[in-house]
Design a binder for this molecule. Structure first.
Ligand code: UT7
Length: 338
């Protein structure tokens, strides 16, 4: 990873504000998730604008000519249309019109998948440099009264430029999925059901909203249990695949789903107490596929981590899927999201 950039939406939303619509308390939210604040898009911020803003910063923070970028991978579950997908528009906003550009949807594990694909594209010679963007606007379609999701999710975007190196800086990806339990994190309606419901409601009662709300549902405790069993094994496998000893890991950057899951993973893996672990969730919330590059940026900007250090990454979520690697961290960015 040669450079990193991120974008945090302007609007900061506290637990107290979330509790204006949600039957919960700021204390409960912090105690059970580790979240105090999250960012929500506002004004003219959109999934497209925040993805491009993060990508632009990553390009500015990377000492290469941007025209060398051969592919843009947009890791997201928030792009509002399946057709056209988002990456070509974002690439064009970045002055990269014409490059290979595709979306990668793998829930909160999306950035890990995208990083793995980018590294493999470069190793195979399909591209020299790849821009990987994780961007989410989780609040579009968030049911702000749903106790299982409303307090957790936030919006944001992070991006890295991946390129060739003398020494391997991204280990083989360790990844997997559990489709038997995929419904544990799911939209309440698919497009067809949404359309049917819209037709059913049309003209029945003027007081009824013309369409049902399409929103995300999560069986939190079930996901938590899956994470507790599956992820420590995934982390060990990532270390084995990288050939790096646990003792040599200098930074731990797991997906920011829940601070309690991360503490458990760190403990179960046996990482030393003094290894810095990302805790961007406290003020950014869970930003799904954007959380790892956002957390990485925060650690580099604040000095909790340094460019060149060895970091263990693990993304996980919908699918239920996960993807992790051992990486060499990019240099601290000069253009930051703070
Ligand atoms: O990013 C994708 C991957 N996602 C994850 O990894 C998420 C994993 N899961 C979680 O983070 C947690 O399961 C949640 C934060 C979603 C929920 O926390 P929990 O500790 O698992 O709560 P719970 O659902 O087991 O509920 C515990 C108690 C219940 O009350 P009783 O039965 O003990 O009296 C719930 O009714 O907390 C209550 N509760 C709430 N109280 C206030 C559940 N949700 C809320 C809420 N506010 N929002």
């Amino acid at each position: 990873m040669l450079g990193i950039g991120a974008y945090r939406p302007q609007r900061v939303v506290s637990n107290a504000e979330v509790c204006e619509l949600l039957d919960s308390t700021p204390e409960w939210i912090f105690e059970r998730t580790g979240i105090n604040n999250r960012r929500w898009i506002s004004g003219d911020e959109t999934i497209r604008s925040i993805a491009a803003a993060a990508g632009e910063r990553a390009l500015k923070n990377t000492p290469i000519d941007p025209t060398l970028i051969g592919a843009v991978i947009l890791c997201t579950s928030s792009w509002l249309k399946l057709t056209p997908h988002g990456a070509p528009s974002v690439a064009s906003d970045l002055g990269l019109n014409g490059v290979a550009a595709f979306d990668l949807t793998s829930g909160c594990g999306g950035f890990g998948y995208g990083l793995g694909v980018a590294a493999d594209l470069i190793r195979a010679g399909s591209a020299d440099y790849v821009l990987v963007i994780g961007a989410e606007t989780m609040t579009v379609g968030l049911d702000k009264s749903d106790r299982g999701t409303a307090m957790i999710f936030g919006d944001g975007a992070g991006a890295v430029v991946v390129g060739p190196a003398e020494e391997n800086g991204i280990s083989p990806t360790v990844w997997g999925s559990d489709g038997e339990n995929a419904e544990a994190i799911a939209q309440n309606l698919d497009f067809q059901a949404f359309q049917t419901r819209a037709q059913e409601l049309q003209g029945t009662d003027p007081a009824v909203e013309p369409v049902g709300q399409m929103s995300l549902r999560m069986e939190g405790p079930k996901v938590f249990r899956w994470a507790a069993v599956t992820l420590p094994r995934a982390l060990s496998a990532a270390l084995d695949a990288s050939g790096v000893a646990k003792e040599d890991i200098e930074v731990f950057i797991p997906h920011q789903a829940n601070a309690r899951i991360n503490e458990l993973m760190k403990k179960n893996l046996g990482l030393a107490d003094n290894i810095p672990m990302a805790n961007d969730i406290e003020n950014t919330g869970n930003t799904s596929a954007a959380s790892i590059p956002l957390a990485m940026e925060e650690m580099l900007v604040t000095g909790k981590a340094k460019g060149g250090q060895l970091a263990l990454l693990l993304g996980f979520g919908a699918g239920l899927s996960y993807a992790g690697q051992v990486v060499v961290l990019p240099p601290a960015p000069s253009e930051t999201s703070f």
